[in-house]
Design a protein around this ligand. Structure first.
Ligand code: BG6
Length: 475
């Protein structure tokens, strides 16, 4: 880690999952505020993404509406992060805090002010902001009126939002990630793209159309952002994780290759400025009906990303024929259980070497600086007398940081930084519960939002602190 560029050690959160106070100071709800706590209803959201998501029984709990109350705790939280030793912090801006319905001409000043105060706090502690513009969030009015990113109009509305914040925060934010995990629109379309499925409609085409619109919006944000301030740097962001072949049978290897191509489709476009060659055949085979405007090709070509950021939680595994092989959950979808990975504490399989493999894969493909902007383990923690003894999180962190360092030092990976996901406990996307905890900072809050919301340092806090202060030497 002796590169000229300062390595960014830090943590990451999203507005939708941490801010809470979803109607405060003029904000209006976003899609994420409709993700229910109730298991049965949550499963239904992920299974059919139907309009019934927007109906409420009245007594329901929606975790995104509460977050972890970062909206009121940000100052103390940033002070804790400073104590942890981070030099960077990734957060997202809530679109509906700035443009509550998504269609206003002028921004909501109270929303702007919140992020101004947050940036001031970060500047006070010399913590570099890494800012996502759309982290699983779109104003709910745009879902109802346009079916989210299905509609081209949303590209313009997002453009207005992106330009507004890039102008207002000019010189204060250098690293921008316009979209979180763009490939998630294919796995969790309501969350990734504000899309509601309707029976009888060509929902698969709609998902790819939404992805295309996000790609165009991403490119236009880069164009505007570079004009506003040439110092601005833009990142693609994908949910990554190498897909292994279940065996060395060439059929399995080919199946894995195909899956990777699909998973890397959007980042390919963001880096190379064009759809990869295989996509024409793929789209025809799936019967995808995509509207690509004549000007889109040039927009994509001329406005590619500066770096490739990604989340890594686990690897995936696939076979040409599954023949009853066990499946296991991973980030956003299910995959074959990898028999070589021991059972860890999380339901997602731990694969620290997989991070090194993924870093190599992405560098070989993209030849761009890489940035790990999410990594961590989501588990139940036991909180007693102000303490959490999370040795499993220390173990996870140790393994992943070690493999990351080996990738940098031995494989020559050009890596910008490492950010731990959910550094302060926050509600999970897949489970909707804060009891699936990722933080090194514990939040005294249960799934029903009971608790003091006070923050406590877990054992992993001290460990990560040592990792950072030793620049990784401790692993
Ligand atoms: C990533 C998202 O997909 O994974 C985060 O960017 C999310 O928003 C994280 O929280 C962990 O997933 P989950 O489902 O455990 O919250």
């Amino acid at each position: 880690m002796t590169k000229e560029r300062q390595f960014l050690w830090g943590g990451a959160v999203s507005a939708a999952q941490c801010e809470g106070n979803y109607l405060a100071d003029g904000r209006q709800p976003s899609n994420f505020d409709y993700l229910p706590l109730d298991d049965r209803r949550l499963k239904a959201v992920y299974k059919n993404q139907a309009a019934s998501i927007l109906e409420s029984t009245g007594d329901e709990i929606y975790p995104g509406r509460n977050g972890n109350d970062f909206y009121h705790h940000y100052q103390a939280d940033i002070a804790l992060l400073k104590e942890l030793g981070v030099n960077s912090f990734r957060f997202s801006i809530s679109w509906s805090r700035i443009f509550p319905t998504g269609e206003e001409a002028e921004p909501n000043e109270a929303g702007i002010q919140f992020y101004e105060k947050l940036l001031t706090e970060l500047e006070k502690h010399q913590i570099e902001p890494i800012v996502t513009l759309s982290h699983f969030e779109i104003p709910i009015q745009l879902v109802k009126k346009y079916n989210g990113w299905e509609n081209r109009r949303v590209v313009d509305l997002f453009g207005h939002y992106a330009e507004t914040v890039m102008r207002r925060f000019k010189g204060r934010i250098k690293y921008w990630i316009p979209f979180n995990e763009m490939n998630m629109v294919l796995h969790i379309p309501f969350i990734g793209g504000g899309i509601l499925f309707e029976e009888g409609k060509d929902n698969l085409s709609i998902q790819y159309q939404a992805g295309h619109h996000q790609l165009v919006a991403n490119a236009l944000a880069i164009k505007a952002g570079k004009q506003i301030d040439p110092e601005n740097q833009f990142g693609a962001m994908l949910a990554a994780g190498k897909t292994y072949a279940y065996t060395c049978d060439p059929k399995d290897v080919f199946a894995a290759l195909q899956q990777e191509k699909e998973n890397l489709l959007f980042s390919d476009v963001q880096v190379f400025g064009d759809y990869p060659k295989f996509f024409a055949h793929f789209a025809a085979e799936k019967g995808l009906k995509l509207v690509i405007q004549p000007e889109d090709r040039a927009i994509l070509k001329d406005n590619t990303v500066d770096f490739v950021s990604f989340s890594y939680y686990s690897s995936a595994c696939t076979a040409a024929e599954e023949n009853g092989i066990d499946r296991v959950a991973t980030n956003g979808y299910t995959t074959l259980r990898n028999p070589y990975l021991p059972k860890g504490k999380s339901v997602w399989q731990d694969d620290p070497l997989g991070l090194r493999i993924t870093l190599n894969q992405l560098q070989d493909r993209y030849h761009k600086p890489l940035f790990i902007v999410e990594n961590g383990i989501g588990t139940q923690d036991v909180f007693t007398e102000g303490q959490v003894h999370d040795d499993y999180r220390i173990h996870y962190l140790h393994g992943h940081v070690k493999n990351m360092l080996l990738a940098v030092e031995e494989d020559g990976i050009d890596l910008m930084g490492y950010l731990m996901w959910g550094i302060i406990d926050l509600p999970s996307v897949s489970e909707g519960k804060i009891s699936k905890r990722y933080g090194v900072i514990y939040v005294d809050q249960d799934d029903e939002n009971n608790g003091s919301h006070q923050r406590y340092k877990k054992d992993s806090f001290a460990f990560y602190q040592k990792v950072i202060s030793s620049n990784g030497a401790v692993v």
